[in-house]
Design a protein around this ligand. Structure first.
Ligand code: KE4
Length: 432
């Protein structure tokens, strides 16, 4: 049988790149088959190396909030490109991006730019430890905060997808200070914090790396109160939720302000930008203002900050984006409720703002154990069927689906029609 261009590229890639990909969750490991090699993308669509067209719900794992190849982003990068690609010296665009982030994200008084969400969270952890003088920190089972050693303990996203939530190579020494409890289990958090030994709680204010799992009512407020009672810093990892539900992120949506926030994805407009920030008295500890070292050759890169500052700039000029995203989001809310009612399929749909997940289980789904009890096999069969129908979803049950300003209500209708066909097929196969 003729091999496709994607197959040829994957063969070549595996000769030089571990698993043929530069990030494990792209490898289709949990859904079978092999990854598409993408040739180009525009708006809500992408084309693979064989010219097949898809409606894209991965959005580069979050950055493409206003769609691929958006004119405002491309123009900003083209203009910056003419003047060079990196200087290793401060530039005006870094000030523009930092100022915009501090204006838009409620808890940010100061921010340090870096190159990825991983850099942001590992730096925020170092800062939290320095500020509190404590070493232990708390994360949640199935939570993913990048691949820094201390965070690869019962981690979600690609780590859970590949079944290595505790990665080899992470030494006991670097994991010993990581405390873990279940998402939405406020009592367990309070028990950990009562020791007075916890530097910080790292939380995805809407979990997106075990699939989309919203906080139960009062959970985030409870974390805030428990941290206040015990001198623990509350860190919102908004790498995924930043700008996703409102411009100010989950902290604005829920009205709970953390001490530190980590950002990434959307704030780079598709180019590598991460950031961590928060209260001035904490951030003033970061070198060279203070003693907590943190650095990066390409931090604040002129092309990345061109794309990065264009994104919040466009969003501030187009507040109607969130009205559109909410209208798009209501469609699967209603669509999957109708499908579940009509067919009795054991599915659970979660959505907040422009991120959501379809779980293959009755629910309720509130934490990693209840996510883990859903059917990854049915998800894989559903994913494959949807791909064949031209809908590109994240190739893992432990990821979210992302809507963008470029998606249309007609495309979401088509998605739901295909979903009903594929759910019917998957259910028939399972019950045959
Ligand atoms: P990066 O280092 O991949 O830029 O960001 C790490 C990170 C930190 N915090 C949260 C809440 C995140 O979601 C992420 C990265 N998310 C995954 C997808 N769930 C990135 C995709 C990948 O690993 O290829």
């Amino acid at each position: 049988m003729r091999t496709t261009r994607s197959e040829q590229l994957f063969d070549a890639a595996r000769a030089f790149i571990p698993g043929g990909v530069n990030s494990p969750v792209r490898a289709f490991g949990k859904v079978g088959g092999q990854p598409l090699f993408v040739a180009r993308a525009e708006g809500s669509h992408l084309w693979d190396a064989d010219g097949n067209e898809y409606i894209d719900f991965v959005g580069s794992w979050g950055p493409m909030l206003i769609g691929h190849a958006h004119p405002a982003i491309l123009e900003a990068v083209r203009e910056a490109l003419e003047h060079g690609t990196s200087f290793g010296a401060p530039t005006e665009r870094e000030v523009t991006l930092a100022e915009r982030l501090c204006r838009i994200v409620p808890s940010l008084e100061m921010v340090r730019l870096c190159n990825s969400g991983t850099e942001a969270t590992m730096s925020a952890l170092r800062l939290a430890r320095a500020y509190t003088g404590r070493e232990a920190f708390l994360k949640f089972r199935g939570g993913y905060h990048g691949h820094g050693d201390a965070f690869l303990v019962e981690a979600g996203s690609g780590a859970a997808t590949l079944g290595v939530p505790n990665s080899p190579g992470v030494t006991e020494g670097s994991a010993k200070d990581t405390r873990v409890c279940d998402y939405n289990d406020l009592e367990a958090v309070e028990a950990h914090l009562a020791s007075g030994e916890i530097a910080a709680v790292f939380v995805e204010p809407v979990a997106g790396n075990m699939g989309c799992v919203p906080p139960l009512p009062g959970f985030l407020e409870g974390l805030r109160a428990a941290c206040d009672r015990t001198g623990t810093l509350l860190v919102f990892d908004e790498v995924m939720t930043g700008f996703r539900m409102t411009a100010g992120g989950a902290q604005q949506h829920f009205g709970v302000l953390p001490d530190l926030t980590t950002l990434g994805k959307v704030i780079g407009g598709g180019l590598p930008v991460g950031a961590f920030g928060g209260r001035r008295e904490i951030m003033e500890m970061v070198a060279p203002a203070g003693p907590v070292y943190q650095a990066g050759t390409l931090s604040g890169n002129p092309l990345a900050t061109a794309a990065g500052s264009a994104m919040p700039g466009w969003i501030e000029e187009h507040p109607e984006l969130y009205t559109h995203l909410e209208a798009l989001g209501v469609q699967p809310d209603e669509g999957f409720a109708r499908i579940r009612e009509a067919h009795g399929f054991p599915i659970t749909w979660h959505r907040i703002g422009s991120m959501g997940s379809l779980f293959f289980g009755e629910g309720p789904i509130r934490d990693w154990p209840t996510v883990e009890a859903t059917s990854a096999d049915r998800f894989a069969a559903f994913f494959t069927g949807m791909l064949e129908e031209g809908f590109y979803l994240a190739p893992s049950p432990y990821e979210a689906l992302f809507l963008s300003g470029a998606h249309t209500t007609e495309e979401i209708d088509r998605f739901l029609q295909a979903a009903e066909r594929q759910l019917t097929r998957v259910h028939a196969e399972v019950t045959a």
